[in-house]
Ligand binder design. Structure first.
Ligand code: AMP
Length: 466
């Protein structure tokens, strides 16, 4: 049958090239693919500290009644453009933003507070009892210059409290942030400042600009741009040449409106009440535009006095954010902490996880039938909560016993062809070398008894098969 001519596709139907799923040609002679710069694997040996930090965060979230929220990694780029501020580093140079196959401009989230606010609006959380207290954890992406403690994919967890303007909310969040570190054995100081409301900030910004303008020639190109577009950011300039000039700059706390001043005083009083120590830091402004009033950072103890580029975490009040993305005006406050930096601080202080429960029994098999029985026995031990080590992939008994010795187990179970046929199994005491042959159907309860016997007491041989 003659083939029907295929209709040429209309222009709008034309498929866009699909990048995903396309095979990338591998050039011969090249090594294995390398990690992207600023990206890293978290290897098994690092997992203990990560789990410790995560467990602590989860436990504190529960204790303070924060509910977990999981947010997508990809959002509409405009969510971040609208909220973080056009003149911020994150928006100007660090966003992983691209057009997706359906033509939407999307971004891999550089932070999650904007997503929390979006979810609050999308799901009508305004109608729930306030405050709505949420926490999250997951990877964030910023195309920043990689350096020690600074990655392009990093993990943050964050706590957010939406719906209540009271300064006690700010204080309790700061308290939680400091508890996390205290309970993980990392000494920190809280750096704190107030940047007032956007309205009260206007006259301060004018003052700040006229202070810096005569010194324009001392500023780096980046800082010149900041002076013009976002002078507040000059205050946390990392340029050492600016340190002296910054020392004499007008301080924002002197320009706060009366309500913001009262709010700030209350936050500090609450912190005093619960014994959280803090340092007033007039230069702390935080990088993003959505902050109002209280701003704070968590620094490793010993970093004070430096203009820390490696804060462990930070946060503040963001009373305008929900409105900015189209919700009703909603006061809110929160913080985010970097997992990589917590884990590094733990390692620096030799804070180590509890070692994993060590198996006390090793199963060694000889032959295929024994291996099959071993697979089943392993499951029975696991169901009874007794960890057993094995080397199912090895054949020679000597190799397997070498593994058992290395693992420093108390007992080895030896199963060969003969034992499978007899329904028995050999229990070898690894310290004395004594062996007994027991009923394999009862092996789990036999080992349970042996393991619960006080150390040094050898069990009577009532289990031995004659
Ligand atoms: P930010 O959202 O910039 O206030 O960051 C909050 C916390 O996230 C910081 O204090 C760091 O612990 C962590 N963090 C931010 N950016 C990075 C990065 N590029 N690499 C590693 N951790 C980061």
């Amino acid at each position: 049958m003659p083939k029907k001519p295929t209709q040429p596709k209309k222009a709008e139907e034309k498929e866009k090239p699909v990048v995903t799923g396309q095979e990338v040609p591998v050039k011969k002679g090249k090594g294995p693919p390398e990690l992207l710069r600023g990206f890293r694997d978290v290897l098994p040996e690092e997992q203990g500290r990560w789990a410790m930090a995560r467990d602590k965060v989860r436990a504190l979230a529960e204790a303070y009644s924060f509910d977990r929220i999981e947010l997508p990694i990809l959002e509409r780029a405009d969510l971040f453009q609208r909220t973080l501020g056009k003149q911020t580093d994150v928006i100007e140079k660090e966003m992983y933003a691209f057009e997706d196959p359906s033509g939407d401009l999307v971004a891999m989230r550089p932070e999650a507070t904007a997503s929390v606010a979006r979810a609050y609006v999308n799901h009508g959380m305004l109608n729930l009892p306030q405050p709505v207290k949420l926490w999250y954890e997951g990877p964030m992406f910023r195309h920043d210059r990689p350096q020690a403690g600074r990655f392009r994919q990093f993990n943050q967890f964050g706590f957010e409290s939406l719906g209540v303007p009271d300064p006690i909310v700010d204080a309790q969040l700061i308290l939680i942030a400091s508890r996390i570190f205290q309970e993980l054995g990392v000494d920190v100081t809280i750096q704190i400042n107030s940047i007032g409301t956007p309205e009260s900030r206007q006259s301060y910004l004018a003052e700040l600009t006229s202070y810096f303008r005569p010194h324009r020639n001392k500023l780096s190109e980046d800082d010149k741009r900041r002076l013009q577009k976002n002078p507040l950011r000059l205050l946390d300039s990392k340029d050492p040449a600016l340190a002296e000039l910054l020392g004499g700059a007008p301080q924002i706390v002197d320009w706060l409106d009366e309500d913001s001043k009262q709010h700030f005083m209350k936050v500090l009083e609450y912190l005093d009440e619960v014994g959280v120590t803090y340092q007033l830091n007039p230069h702390l402004v935080r990088g993003l535009d959505y902050y109002t009033r209280t701003v704070f950072e968590i620094w490793e103890a010993g970093d004070e006095g430096e203009r820390s580029q490696n804060a462990l975490g930070g946060g503040g009040r963001y009373d305008g954010l929900v409105e900015l993305i189209g919700g009703r005006p909603t006061p809110a406050c929160g913080f985010a902490i970097g997992m990589e930096r917590i884990v590094k601080a733990m390692a620096d202080r030799n804070v180590n996880p509890e070692p994993r429960q060590k198996p006390l029994i090793f199963f060694a098999q000889l032959g295929d039938a024994a291996r099959r029985v071993g697979l089943r026995l392993f499951e029975e031990f696991r169901a009874a909560g007794i960890p057993v080590a094995e080397a199912f992939g090895k054949n020679a008994l000597k190799t397997q016993l070498d593994v058992a010795n290395k693992l420093d187990v108390s007992y080895a179970l030896l199963l060969g062809q003969k034992e499978v046929l007899d329904g028995t199994i050999i229990v070898r005491d690894m310290e004395s070398g004594a062996q007994e042959i027991v009923d394999s159907a009862k092996i789990v309860s036999i080992m349970q008894r042996k393991l619960s016997a006080p150390e040094g007491v050898s069990r009577p041989s009532q289990d031995v098969v004659q």
